[in-house]
Design a protein around this ligand. Structure first.
Ligand SMILES: [Zn+2]
Ligand SMILES: [Zn+2]
Length: 368
């Protein structure tokens, strides 16, 4: 079986080529992927912003990025029971060991052995090895061979475009559910990239009393409003901490999410600690770029105000099932977030456009 795939040869050198799909092992499936999305994780690898990437590419040869996608199962191994040929599925990208303490307790996202489809988690070299030795690559391709644990069945009513948003939405459901957002909560979401906007939807879905969003970009604040945000704060025009307190009778927000990584993360985290209510939760959603891990936390703020300071990574089956339920319910217009799509053949253009202008989640049509 042949496929078309975007092969990353070296930093910023990605070429769409035809290559062989690896044979399907007894616990594996092959998915004919239809739609995908780009993620900042892919951009970081494309730019080799992490030092291990370039070395691994030299050692093992090209890899295939991408971990957000949906498609149709076209082949199953003899021992596969979870799905059958013809099933519509989204990719669950975490390949975990299943036997360690975290896996046994159902926290497969914390498995120390985890390797992510499309080099999305674990060591980059380990992901490359998986591709070279077993042909398990990434989603920027027409076909993907993966273990059956990597398939989440989609209802017939769900489009492939919506299915390609399952992975990011499941991450956000985990974030919002871990902070136990419910009807009592005044929620604040700091940073309105695609993941910040998904936080608005997930918080509203959980019945949050109010959701306030903070960003510098008026257009993104407006999209958040259309997705259900109750209040918007333009942090370029007004002090978000003062504003948040004013909106909550001086108490602050109970649940505060710091969504982006990158240079803004430390500043936003400090703001979050200042605007969170006593007894409230500050949760960090994104990883920090290498070398920017340090952040000074006020011990007394945590102690006297009983602040829960936490974060989340990845997701579990229950979060994915809830994400599918949300997508299938039509509770939000996903085209406000996945607001551009390019063909696989133009993947380099898609990467260049990521995060620029009005583009939010950039989708890929893998059949074009
Ligand atoms: Zn992602
Ligand atoms: Zn494990």
């Amino acid at each position: 079986m042949e496929m078309r795939a975007a092969l990353l040869y070296a930093p910023r050198d990605m070429r769409v080529e035809t290559c062989e799909v690896a044979p399907c092992g007894e616990h594996d499936i092959i998915i004919n992927l239809k739609k995908a999305c780009l993620c900042p994780t892919d951009i970081k690898k494309y730019e080799a912003a992490k030092p291990d990437v370039e070395g691994a590419l030299k050692q093992y040869g090209p890899c295939i990025l991408g971990h957000e996608a949906a498609g149709v199962v076209v082949e199953t191994g003899s021992a596969v029971t979870a799905v059958k040929v013809g099933d519509r599925v989204a990719v669950q990208p975490m390949i975990y060991c299943g036997t360690c303490r975290h896996c046994q307790e159902g926290h497969t996202n914390l498995c120390p052995e985890v390797i992510g489809v499309g080099c999305s988690a674990g060591g980059f070299g380990d992901c490359e090895k998986l591709f070279v030795e077993q042909g398990i690559g990434g989603c920027f391709a027409t076909h993907l061979k993966v273990p059956e644990i990597c398939a989440m069945k989609l209802p017939d009513s769900l489009s492939m475009e919506a299915g390609s948003l399952l992975e990011p939405l499941a991450d956000v459901v985990h974030s919002v559910d871990h902070a136990q957002v419910g009807p009592e909560d005044d929620v604040a979401v700091l940073g309105l990239g695609p993941m910040g906007l998904l936080h608005v939807i997930a918080a509203k879905y959980n019945g949050a009393k109010s959701v306030t969003v903070v960003d510098l970009d008026e257009k993104r604040l407006e999209i958040a409003r259309r997705l259900g945000a109750d209040h918007t704060i333009n942090s370029g025009k007004t002090d978000p901490v003062v504003q948040m307190k004013a909106l909550t009778d001086g108490v602050g927000a109970n649940k505060v999410f710091v969504v982006p990584g990158g240079p803004a993360q430390a500043i936003l985290t400090a703001q979050a600690m200042d605007m969170v209510a006593k007894g409230g939760t500050v949760s960090l959603f994104s990883s920090s770029p290498t070398g920017a891990d340090d952040f000074t936390v006020s011990i007394n703020r945590i102690h006297y105000s009983m602040i829960n300071f936490t974060g989340t990574v990845g997701f579990g089956t229950a979060h994915a099932e809830k994400a599918i339920e949300m997508l299938a319910s039509g509770c939000f217009d996903y085209t406000l977030i996945r607001n551009k799509e390019l063909p696989l053949s133009q993947i380099n253009e898609a990467v260049a456009l990521y995060g620029k202008g009005d583009n939010l989640k950039i989708g890929l049509d893998l059949e074009a």
